[in-house]
Ligand binder design. Structure first.
Ligand SMILES: C[S@@+](CC[C@H](N)C(=O)[O-])C[C@H]1O[C@@H](n2cnc3c(N)ncnc32)[C@H](O)[C@@H]1O
Length: 445
């Protein structure tokens, strides 16, 4: 590994090991921050990387976004003249370098050396390689101590979200949500059968709701059981809404916003005849690939669910598009890409979808509505509106019959609400789950 002090040799040198993963992480961070791309979008267009390098690039990107406010505060205190305007990409190199030094298991000299190589290799940042070297060496020397003066809860959540969460859930819970966001979440998977066996094979544990939680995962496709389709990736909270439909074997079930198909897979694995509908043809391709790997079947339809003509169905699941503010543990980019006004736009779409979803249920059939949002407008308020507007809908409260672990998340109204800071189980890495809302309704006969 090159030391950051070594003189720059003339002529082309072979790329240092790990440089490509760092380049990809810095490029992706730059895209997320400057053009609002999602983490997946920012990483997917790039030419193929070795799975290990891709996993590393993803990890560096996720940590940089998770601790963005902390890293920016720290760097601002070390850049006497601020960031050079002529080299905006330098910020991404410094952020990803500092993230590796402070929050990842990367030797300081490797993180500094590779960031300097990266700066040098790009025309716009080449002139600032010395600055990158000096700043990141300072981060390595002083960063950990300076972290003590930065309140991650104040800087790593955008103001508008933090204020909303304090209003809705209270200051202590908002602080607990922000604290769990600082930690990397475990890999959660849903298994087709035999969770105990897969927990053992993957050195994981079975959670009270049946999800298997794996702490040391590495590249997902290389894990036992992936290629043979024994399981799929699904957060423990995301696995709950489909279960609220109860036994579905032999029932005709519509999954209205289905892609990439986590809930479709649950319903199909439980024996339902599933019609999986999604507006995005591209995402439906992923759903079909996922079902093929899992050897599960569903009828797939590319359509706008708000105007879809079909059914009636015995049961409908509407996992509506939302701001996804409950998923910041896994998608920290959302904190920085969503805007307050997105809530009203999505809430209007959710209301239309919910009305149509109820139309598609046969009299006496069940409808489950869910979103992975912490915002009331996308959860509790939607159901209050539907129940007051539609006399043909009644709530079927979630209770102990749904299992004690699920019933633990029930609201006073009988809906389900999980928060990222729920399920604190010792170490933060073993704790938490996505923030979800779900309600179960019956269409009156
Ligand atoms: C939260 S994701 C669904 C996740 C999925 N249920 C799962 O468990 O894997 C929302 C999905 O809604 C789709 N969508 C958005 N608007 C839609 C509409 N009007 N009709 C149908 N699908 C829509 C998006 O393409 C996206 O795939």
């Amino acid at each position: 590994m090159r030391s950051p002090n070594r003189p720059n040799p003339t002529g082309p040198r072979p790329a240092a090991p790990g440089l490509e993963a760092r380049r990809r992480a810095a490029d992706a961070l730059d895209r997320v921050l400057r053009s609002g791309a999602s983490m997946d979008e920012a990483l997917q267009d790039a030419p193929a990387l070795e799975p290990r390098d891709r996993a590393l690039a993803f990890h560096i990107l996720a940590v940089s976004l998770r601790r963005l406010g902390t890293l920016r505060t720290l760097l601002a205190g070390m850049l006497e003249r601020g960031l050079p305007r002529s080299a905006p990409r330098l910020e991404a190199i410094l952020l990803t370098g500092a993230a590796q030094i402070l929050f990842m298991d990367v030797p300081d000299h490797a993180a500094v050396g590779l960031a300097v190589d990266l700066a040098r290799s790009d025309r716009s940042t080449g002139g600032y390689a010395g600055l990158a070297n000096a700043v990141l060496r300072r981060v390595a020397r002083e960063g950990a101590a300076r972290l003590a003066d930065i309140d991650p809860l104040a800087v790593d959540t955008p103001d508008w979200l933090r204020r909303r969460w304090i209003d809705t859930y209270g200051a202590d819970t908002a602080a607990a949500i922000a604290a769990i966001h600082a930690k990397e979440p475990a890999l959660d998977i849903s298994v087709k059968a035999d969770p105990e066996l897969w927990a053992e094979r993957l050195s994981g544990e079975v959670l009270p709701t049946g999800t298997v939680r794996v702490l040391q995962a590495g590249p997902i496709r290389a894990l036992p059981g992936f290629a043979e389709g024994a399981w799929w990736v699904q957060d423990a909270a995301a696995a709950l809404p489909a279960r609220l439909l109860g036994p579905v074997a032999g029932l005709r079930v519509a999954d209205l916003c289905a892609a990439p198909g986590g809930k479709t897979a649950q319903l199909a694995a439980a024996g339902a005849q599933v019609t999986a509908i999604d507006r995005s043809g591209e995402r439906l391709v992923r759903l079909k690939e996922n079902l093929a790997r899992l050897n599960l079947a569903a009828t797939c339809v590319a359509a706008d669910a708000a105007t879809y003509q079909g059914g009636p169905f015995d049961a409908v699941l509407l996992d509506a598009p939302c701001t996804a503010t409950g998923t910041l543990r896994r998608h920290p980019d959302i904190a920085w890409s969503k805007r307050p006004q997105d809530i009203a736009t999505l809430a209007a779409l959710q209301a239309r979808l919910l009305d149509r979803a109820l139309d598609l249920v046969r009299p006496g059939g069940l409808l489950v509505y869910s979103t992975c949002s912490l915002e009331r407008e996308e959860g509790e308020d939607q159901i209050a509106r539907l129940l007051s507007a539609r006399p043909d809908a009644e709530r079927v409260p979630i209770d102990a019959k749904d299992g004690a672990a699920v019933a633990a998340f029930t609201t006073p109204q009988g809906d389900l609400r999980t928060l990222p800071c729920d399920w604190m189980r010792g170490e933060p890495e073993r704790s938490g789950l996505d923030g979800f809302f779900a309600a179960r309704l019956r269409k009156r006969d």
